[in-house]
Every structure is written in C-alpha cells, then in structure tokens.
Ligand binder design. Structure first.
Ligand SMILES: Cc1ncc(C[n+]2csc(CCOP(=O)(O)OP(=O)(O)O)c2C)c(N)n1
Ligand code: SF4
Length: 313
C-alpha cells in the first residue's frame, strides 16, 4: 500500500527493551496506515506515565497532559472540534486511579473518543507500585508485600459506565490489536480498548509468557456475537459482555465484548439541544470579521478589566 502520510516521528521511543508499549505503538501505526487518517485531523491525548509518552512518537497532533487528565482534555478538544479523530492513551494508574471519575464520565456521555488503556498492573514510571488493575494478594517484583487492594476490572467498568464499544487485546498480538483499534476508531461513540501490556521491569507476574498461555480469542468462538444489531438487543448483549468480563482466571478472553452503534453520541445530543452547534461549534466559528479579530486588545481588556492586575516593579 502506498502511504500518503508517514505516522512515525523521528523521536526514538525510550521504553525498556521488551516493554509491551512497543507492540501497542506498532499497532497504532498500522491502524492509522490502514485507515489513512489525516494527521491534521487526528489528535492523540495522553496523561503522565511510561505509556503516556506515545504522542511524541506518532506524527499526528498530540497533547501530553497531566497525570489522570487526558480524558477531560480530549473531551474539550472533541466538543470544540467534533470533526477530529480523538484518541486517548494512558496507563491503568492514570486512567483508573487518579483519572477514574473522568473515565466513568466519558462512558456516560458517549463522546466519540477512543481510549487505549495500557494495562500493566503497575505504576511503571514511578517504579512499580500496585496499580488499580493489580488483583488482591498478588505480589510483583517491586512490591515488598502482596497487594492489599482489590482490582478494578476495566472492561466491566466501561460496560457499566456506558461505553458503546468495549474490547480487550494483547500488546504483543499486534495484528489483533490493530484490528480492534481500527474498529474502535470507526465506531461512533466512546470506545475502550483494555490492552494487556507486560511491564518487563516491575511486573514479573503478568508477563508475555503468562499472557501467551492464558489468553484466547473471542473470534474463535462462533457462538460469540458482541454486535448489537437492533436497539432492543442492547441490554441482553451488554449483560452477556459483563458476565464474560468477569472471567479472568486461567483463561482471559481478548476481542470485542460489546459494540452498540445505536446510542446517540454526546455531540448528537448537543446538536439536538443547541441547534447551531454543528455549524457554529468553536472550531467553525469566525474569529475575525473584515480581517479584524472579533476580540481585539481593547475589547479584551474591557471585558476582563476586573481581573487585570497591573504589576508594579
Ligand atoms: C497529580 C500527579 N500525581 C502523581 C504523579 C506521579 N506519577 C507520574 S507517572 C505515575 C504513574 C504512572 O503509572 P500508569 O498510569 O499506570 O502508567 P505506566 O507508567 O504504567 O504506563 C505517577 C503516579 C504525577 N505526575 N501527577
Ligand atoms: S518501566 Fe515497565 S512500562 Fe515502563 S517502559 Fe519499562 S517495561 Fe515499559
């Protein structure tokens, strides 16, 4: 395939050798290549963590924001310019610890955003503390004692929060992950991809060997059908997906758990209650008239006069 855009930057990824993040990055490149997404119309937003370095390596618009705050940034970007493809990357600490409230809010709103969760069971960048997806009683290399907290199940939480596309994949099965990313980007609505991602330095329990042994593909089960084909079957399919999400011991399913295209997106709901939104969202609104900015310096100073404080030296 002839590529119109080169999605690779010349910034060299500095993850540890063998880190699962490399597999995720490769799958992202391949998905963008397959979809031929225009880099000027695509944004990757991340928080802080090893995984969150990803915007530096992908040649689209990128924002490397604050720990736990990628989803609110992405929400603002999408509402301001609904025609953009918006993708969030973050670790399980970032998105499900400090960012858990935002994670839930995105599902409730069903904004058309894809969340790619690099799920390694530890806080990688800060040296391996137990993260929200590490199960109770598990002890990794970096923990002096077994974990004393219960784990959050990202797939179950996403289903309960209202995400309309929910899937799990594995970092080193890049063709599988690439296919799921392509589906998630094509889906209109909030999408979660929980990516099992080995952290070779701090997590010696959930390793590549472990995942190779325990994961199996939902696509290989002909009776599994996660796609909602009419709104009436949505509840039943969501319940089935939730039941499957609970199965995490010995055999871990990867693949699509639930896909429902019938729920209006937040952008649709905004357009319904604010008729001018599609034509006059912030990205489409004029910022100048007759070559003059709508908000010149004098107007700006008048509007904000109360808040302007002159600093005397
Ligand atoms: C508000 C705030 N709290 C804590 C930190 C410190 N911090 C930086 S990265 C990180 C954890 C990253 O772990 P995770 O999100 O799981 O990503 P990973 O590094 O495993 O990819 C923490 C706690 C921070 N930068 N900002
Ligand atoms: S610490 Fe873990 S998650 Fe971070 S780069 Fe190294 S292997 Fe990857």
């Amino acid at each position: 395939m002839e590529l119109k855009w080169n999605y690779r930057t010349n910034v060299w990824p500095d993850w540890c050798p063998g880190c699962g993040n490399y597999g995720i990055l490769t799958a992202v490149y391949k998905a963008l290549e397959e979809l031929q997404l225009d880099p000027s119309q695509t944004v990757i937003v991340s928080g802080i963590g090893c995984s969150s370095k990803i915007p530096h390596f992908v040649n689209v618009n990128g924002v490397h924001t604050l720990h736990g705050r990628a989803i609110p940034f992405a929400t603002g970007i999408k509402i301001a310019n609904p025609s953009l493809n918006v993708i969030v990357h973050g670790g399980d600490g970032d998105l499900l610890g400090i960012g858990a409230g935002h994670f839930v809010a995105l599902g409730r709103r069903n904004l058309d955003i894809v969340v790619i969760l690099h799920d390694n069971g530890v806080y990688g960048l800060t040296k391996g503390q137990a993260s929200p997806t590490l199960p109770l009683g598990v002890r990794t290399k970096a923990l002096p004692k077994p974990n004393v907290q219960q784990a959050v199940n990202p797939v179950l939480l996403a289903l309960a929060s209202g995400y309309t596309f929910v899937a799990r994949s594995y970092a080193f099965d890049t063709p599988h992950l690439k296919n799921i990313i392509v589906q998630a980007i094509r889906h209109r609505g909030s999408a979660l991809i929980d990516v099992l991602q080995p952290c070779v330095v701090f997590n010696d329990v959930f390793t590549a060997e472990y995942y190779r042994k325990v994961t199996y593909k939902l696509e290989s089960d002909p009776s599994w059908d996660p796609y909602v084909r009419n709104p009436e079957e949505a509840d039943e399919k969501r319940l089935k997906a939730m039941e499957l999400a609970l199965k995490l011991e010995n055999k871990i399913p990867i693949g699509v758990f639930y896909a429902n295209p019938y729920v209006p997106t937040f952008e649709d709901r905004l357009a319904e209650s604010l008729k001018i939104y599609p034509q006059y969202n912030p990205a489409n609104s004029p910022i100048e008239r007759g070559k003059k900015p709508l908000m010149d310096k004098e107007t700006l100073e008048r509007v904000f006069s109360e808040f302007i404080v002159e600093v005397k030296e």
